[in-house]
Design a protein around this ligand. Sequence first.
Ligand SMILES: C[S@@+](CC[C@H](N)C(=O)[O-])C[C@H]1O[C@@H](n2cnc3c(N)ncnc32)[C@H](O)[C@@H]1O
Length: 224
Amino acid sequence: MPLSDRERSKLDSGDDAAFYDSPRFVTHADDAFQARLTELYAAVLEPGDRVLDAMSSWVSHLPDQSYSRVVGHGLNEAELAENDRLDECFLQDFNSDQSLPLTEDSFDAVLCALSAQYLQYPEAVFSEFARALAPGGILVVSFTNRMFPTKAVRAWRTASMDGRASLVDSYCRAAGLTVTDIVREHREASTAGRSLERVERGTRVTREQPGADPFYAVVARQES
Ligand SMILES: C[S@@+](CC[C@H](N)C(=O)[O-])C[C@H]1O[C@@H](n2cnc3c(N)ncnc32)[C@H](O)[C@@H]1O
C-alpha cells in the first residue's frame, strides 16, 4: 500500500464535494506550466485518441488536436460545463467512491493535471485508471508546488517535489502501470525577456514566459 492511514489524512476532513461546490474559474498553475503541459500532451497523444481528463475543471490543457472522445471528470458541474474540450462529463468524489463508471479498455489516455495531491486512496483510483486504459494506453499525471493545503494528503504536503514524483511513481506501480518517463523541470523566478512558443488554435504564437512554477509529470503505460 503506497500510503498509510496517517499519510492519507487531510487537515480538512470535511466533504470534498462541498469544498468544490462553488465554481472557480481560475487556473491552478502559471502560463508557462500550462503551455509545457499542452506541449507534453501534444507529444504523447495521437489525434483520434479516446481521452479521459480526470479531476478536471473548465480547462483541459489539450493541444489543438482532434480526439474521438474526451470525457471529463470533476467535482463542479459549472466548471465542466464551461470546458469546451469535453464531449461528456461526470461528477464523482474519489475520496468517497473509487469505482469509476467506465468500461474496461475504453481509453487511450487518462490525464490527471494538478490534482493527484487530493487523492486519499490513490492506489484504488489509479487501478481504475489502469482498468479503463486500453493496452498501450497512457496515464499522464502532472503537478507543481501549488495546492489547496488543507485538502492535500499529508504524504504530499510533507514531501519535496522529487518526493511527490516518487509518490506518483508508486501509485502507478501499485496499479500495475509501467512508468516510462518522469519529467522534472524547474524555472528561474525571473524569466523576463525569455519567450515561449506554442500553437494556439492552429497558429504558432510567441508569448512572454512569466512563470516560475516547477513542471513535473509522470507518464505511465498500460502494457497488458
Ligand atoms: C486544482 S484543481 C485542478 C483542475 C484541473 N485538472 C486543472 O488542471 O485546472 C483540482 C481538481 O481536483 C478535483 N478533485 C479534488 N478533490 C477531489 C475528490 N475528492 N474527488 C474527485 N476529484 C477531486 C476537482 O475536479 C478539482 O477541480
